[in-house]
Design a protein around this ligand. Structure first.
Ligand SMILES: [Zn+2]
Ligand SMILES: [Zn+2]
Length: 148
């Protein structure tokens, strides 16, 4: 992971350097993703893109997100909201714990997960894609009602 964290043109440059054509529509989508520091759903990207250019359709947004995922430039997470949340790789590494009952969440730092990742690698010869993990559970307030 040696991507630059600065500069609005990072994603565009990254795609061009991999020989991928960046259309003006795609450039707008990339810019929207680039400027967001957190997570976005495809619909949120689409809404933002629409304000800049109303001719860009949702399918183009989906295709661009798929491409960025394949290129490993963004992560896709199930945050329990029913819609996939996308974030730049540079958004991590960090992880989220989310209460299934009330939806309260907090971020926990990578070092907490690091021993697990290390052991999966060394003992099970498995390299975890653990850049941005979401763990579901119950906060202490909701635990009694969860029946756990
Ligand atoms: Zn996150
Ligand atoms: Zn809760």
């Amino acid at each position: 992971m040696s991507m630059s964290k600065s500069g609005g043109a990072m994603l565009i440059e990254e795609l061009k350097s991999r020989g991928i054509r960046v259309t003006p529509q795609r450039a707008i989508i990339l810019d929207v993703i680039q400027r967001n520091p957190g997570h976005l759903t495809a619909e949120e990207v689409y809404a933002e893109v629409q304000r800049i250019n109303a001719y860009i359709n949702l399918a183009t947004v989906y295709r661009t997100l798929e491409l960025l995922k394949e290129l490993d430039l963004i992560t896709e997470s199930d945050m329990g909201t029913g819609a996939a949340q996308f974030a730049l790789r540079t958004h991590g590494p960090h992880h989220h714990a989310i209460c299934r009952t009330c939806g309260r969440s907090f971020e926990f730092p990578h070092p907490l997960l690091a021993p697990l990742i290390e052991q999966l690698d060394s003992k099970f010869e498995f390299v975890a894609d653990a850049h941005h993990i979401v763990i579901f559970g119950w906060c202490h307030r909701c635990l009694p009602a969860s029946g756990r």
